[in-house]
Design a protein around this ligand. Structure first.
Ligand code: F6P
Length: 347
């Protein structure tokens, strides 16, 4: 016999916002299926917050989420909305909520998405729940964000391939990985690929100590090829704060390579992995985490909770206050840094 639920919400909207991450579709699927199971109506909002502003919406059925658990990207499309940052934009967004009778929203994205949730719910009576989805894994309150594992595996696969050719030619490779202003992805990938050196935004690098010395000791240990993993947001100590500068244009890796050429007389090749890291079929970890998070997001709304963010903490999925969650700053994994120090001496 079908269970009968008492729900605090009748109809919810779902959107994906910011950079897409593999596993977002699995989360959308879980939200839709869980909501329908509990007797809650679901409205899909296309193109992030812009869809809410423009009324770009559709009523969702389980058929809409069939065969998407294995697909990268997001069937809802995504965007970074400038208009939603303005009170006028949020007013238009709320008008759509009222018109459609939405009393809850699930937003999948990064901390910018959550800031949008909070702005809307502080101005208008709407319950919001955020699900962390970003390959950067840089949401301080959650140990894990949807997409990270798949992106890391994509980068690892590419670096393994690069290593083959670097080894054959006895060359040096500088690989720039994504992560925006966080080094989580670079650190993790550097560990997994046995990189010669790893450069992260959190620790501005010194050429002599963080690159030259690592390459030198690898050479002395008999290596004739070198793999330097550089986060797109990594900066040189001498350059000071680059916080307001654009990241991801390939200049971080190029700067390292130029110095390797000038100071060590090697002939490095730069590879910017770029957006390829955001695509592809999600890994088992991302599918399962996304499904669990989607389920808990609907449960939180159904129980009358608002301003919550679904987090992964110590292996458990739970929900915490979004305001408190956003105060928690992303930190590099201390264990991973310690291990990297020991195995490459590069931190
Ligand atoms: O936040 C995810 C991310 O892929 C970052 O790693 C990267 O800096 C940024 O998005 C790239 O954004 P865009 O897709 O707008 O170029």
């Amino acid at each position: 016999m079908k269970k009968v639920f008492t729900n605090a919400v009748k109809r919810i909207g779902i959107l994906t916002s910011g950079g897409d991450a593999p596993g977002m579709n699995a989360a959308v699927r879980a939200v839709v299926r869980t909501a329908i199971y509990r007797g809650i109506d679901v409205v899909g909002i296309r193109r992030g917050w812009n869809g809410l502003i423009n009324g770009d919406v559709f009523h969702m059925t389980t058929g809409d989420v069939a065969h998407i658990i294995n697909r990268g990207g997001t069937i809802l499309n995504t965007a970074r909305s400038e208009e939603f940052r303005t009170p006028e934009g949020r007013k238009l967004a709320y008008r759509t909520c009222k018109l459609l009778g939405l009393d809850g929203l699930v937003a999948i994205g990064g901390d910018g998405t959550f800031a949008g949730c909070l702005a809307l719910s502080s101005e208008y009576p709407i319950s919001v729940v955020g699900i962390p989805g970003t390959i950067d894994n840089d949401i301080g309150c959650s140990h894990y964000c949807i997409g990270y594992d798949t992106a890391a595996n994509t980068a690892i696969d590419a670096i393994d391939k690069l290593r083959d050719t670097m080894q054959a030619h006895e060359r040096c490779s500088v690989i720039e990985v994504m992560g925006h202003r966080a080094g989580n992805l670079a650190l993790y990938v550097g560990l997994a690929t046995g990189a010669t050196a790893v450069l992260v935004p959190e620790r501005p690098w010194d050429f002599e100590k963080d690159v030259a010395e690592k390459i030198r000791s690898a050479r002395l240990a008999g290596r004739t090829h070198f793999m330097v993993v550089c986060a797109e947001g990594a900066k040189r100590k001498e350059d000071g704060s680059l916080d307001n500068e654009k990241v991801g244009d390939g200049s971080a890796g190029q700067q390292v390579a130029d110095l390797i050429r000038k100071e060590l007389f090697l002939d490095p090749r730069v590879t910017v992995l770029g957006h390829v890291q955001r695509g592809g079929s999600p890994s088992a970890r991302d599918r399962v985490t996304a499904t669990r998070m989607g389920y808990f997001a609907v449960k939180a709304l159904a129980e009358g909770k608002t301003n919550r963010v679904i987090v992964h903490q110590e292996g458990h999925i739970t929900d915490i206050d979004m305001v408190e969650g956003l105060k928690m700053k992303n930190k590099l994994n201390a264990d991973e840094q310690e291990v990297l120090e020991a195995v490459t001496g590069s931190m």
